[in-house]
Design a protein around this ligand. Structure first.
Ligand SMILES: C[S@@+](CC[C@H](N)C(=O)[O-])C[C@H]1O[C@@H](n2cnc3c(N)ncnc32)[C@H](O)[C@@H]1O
Length: 209
């Protein structure tokens, strides 16, 4: 938890309580369902919470903005971001029912009023979002195919509406068709090592109505 405060020192008491409670909730759930890999649970704050919050170093979400987390799994990056931005709406989606069940329980346990969950493939999700966030779900061409019709037209953020994707490795081939993509390195914002996933890709997407 100290790790989170090191990079986000302005957290309210309520936000700090919620971040602290995450550990207990995920540890409990992990005894029943393996939502976070066994070796990762000991490093929950580094590998999952702080890592998810890396997106917030690239873009702060406005009150009232709508964010879709595609393939949220156990709730990453959506849950940590929803704690950090309590006035922003987060819609967390995963195609595996038992994962969404965990996310629902964690969200209820933290009394997050700004989180909605859906057990579905993202292709079935209707609506428009300011940003689509994700980590470790699909290669960019597939991901763009799934999400490009789901971006809201109006943008009042610093970055243009689109995808914010936590990724790792050499992205040159994966991003070769996306000239407007910009890569941000988490090592520019954090001293800690995020293993293989050290980048956030911002890909602006045009509204397709
Ligand atoms: C490797 S896990 C990553 C989970 C989480 N984002 C994280 O980083 O901890 C990938 C997740 O994407 C989900 N997924 C894959 N394709 C999907 C789709 N088309 N729609 C919704 N979820 C999908 C899977 O069910 C799985 O939970």
């Amino acid at each position: 938890m100290e790790l989170i405060l090191k990079y986000f020192p302005d957290l309210s008491e309520d936000q700090q309580t919620k971040f602290r409670k995450l550990e207990e909730l995920y540890k409990d759930w992990n005894l029943k369902i393996n939502v976070v890999s066994r070796k990762d649970i000991d490093e929950l704050y580094l590998r999952h919470v702080l890592h998810s919050l890396g997106i917030a170093k690239i873009q702060q979400f406005n009150p009232g903005a709508k964010i879709l987390d595609v393939g949220t799994g156990g709730g990453f990056p959506g849950i940590p971001l929803a704690i950090l931005f309590p006035e922003t709406e987060f819609h967390l989606v995963d195609s595996i029912g038992k994962k969404i069940k965990v996310v629902e329980e964690v969200s209820e346990g933290l009394q997050l009023q700004n989180v909605k969950t859906t057990n579905a493939r993202v292709e079935e999700i209707k609506g428009h979002f300011d940003f689509i966030v994700s980590r470790a779900v699909a290669a960019m061409p597939t991901f763009v195919h799934w999400t490009k019709g789901k971006i809201a037209k109006k943008s009042n953020h610093e970055l243009k509406n689109g995808i914010l994707y936590l990724k790792g490795g050499d992205l040159s081939e994966e991003l070769q068709d996306y000239k407007t993509a910009k890569i941000y390195n988490l090592t520019d914002y954090f001293e800690e090592d995020f293993y293989e996933t050290k980048k956030v890709v911002h890909l602006p997407l045009k509204y397709k109505g």
